[in-house]
Design a protein around this ligand. Structure first.
Ligand code: ATP
Ligand code: BTN
Length: 242
């Protein structure tokens, strides 16, 4: 795929910048990568912290071909692409529903997908990967975070990592476009950190507890509970081990 790569020294959030370019008609596969983000975001207005040059923070605009699947399970597909690219770089990681990449139980990378209101055929795919943890990261976050420098004897350069990632992501997105998430589901489940384990879903009203038995073709999480199997959609919920 032909990417149109924009590297900036600093911005608030690469997702915000790319959203603006998308609204102005930027083509699919436009990428913004920033050395430093002053207001990196996670889901639900949480912060994404990174220190300049020691993390890879970028966003990719993807416009889906007419008739292809809508972005409902996109964050899972992207997580799989990310996991595969990291494996190719020598780092074994797992996916965690719906949007995290974990290594040794801690968060190595995160995915934030946003769509323009009124245009569900285009997605802004934001990815942050820790190369080295920020020295001033609050302990509460650092305790659950990990960086590539802890995992690999030698971290790849940001350029190299970005190149591997973009090619793996493009391959995964093309598969997602043609086969839907159904074609990626088994592979995703095989890499899910909680597949077959006891988990709890919190934040969506009453907690749901049970065994994580997989995901649906639409990316919903399946939990086998005493009352039968329940489907959980991505939203304001958190998945935790029990
Ligand atoms: P949940 O499990 O509830 O979905 P989450 O851990 O996936 O939560 P997000 O909603 O994805 O959290 O929000 C991002 C979270 O990641 C922030 O709340 C923060 O604790 C954490 N975080 C911020 N920066 C980093 C980083 N560089 N590396 C790892 N974790 C980070
Ligand atoms: C999460 O774990 O909740 C998602 C974190 C996503 C962070 C990336 S860094 C590049 C892009 N720009 C942002 O502001 N967020 C994403």
């Amino acid at each position: 795929a032909a990417f149109s790569l924009n590297a900036v020294a600093e911005c608030d959030s690469t997702n915000t910048q790319l959203m603006r370019q998308a609204e102005a008609g930027a083509p699919s596969a436009t990428v913004i990568v920033a050395d430093r983000q002053s207001a990196g975001r996670g889901r639900r207005e949480r912060v994404w912290l990174s220190s300049p040059l020691h993390s890879l923070t970028f966003s990719l605009l993807w416009r889906f071909a007419a008739g292809s699947s809508a972005p409902e399970a996109l964050s899972l597909a992207v997580g799989l692409g990310l996991q595969r690219a990291l494996a190719a770089a020598g780092a074994t990681a797992a996916v965690k529903w719906p949007n995290d990449i974990l290594c040794r139980g801690r968060k190595l990378a995160g995915v934030l997908i946003e769509v323009q209101p009124g245009d569900i055929k285009s997605a802004i795919i934001g990815i942050g990967i820790n190369l080295r943890l920020p020295p001033d990261m609050p302990a509460a976050i650092a305790d659950n975070a990990i960086a590539l420098d802890e995992v690999l004897p030698q971290s790849p350069t940001r350029e190299r990592l970005l190149a591997v990632l973009l090619s793996e992501l493009a391959a995964t997105l093309h598969r997602y476009q043609s086969e839907g998430f159904a074609g990626l589901r088994d592979e995703w489940q095989a890499r899910h950190v909680f597949q077959g384990s006891n988990v709890r879903i919190m934040g969506g009203g009453e907690d749901i507890e049970g065994i994580c038995s997989g995901v649906t073709d639409r990316g919903e999480l399946l939990i086998k509970t005493e009352k039968g199997t329940q489907r959980v959609i991505t939203g304001d919920v958190s998945l935790r081990p029990t």
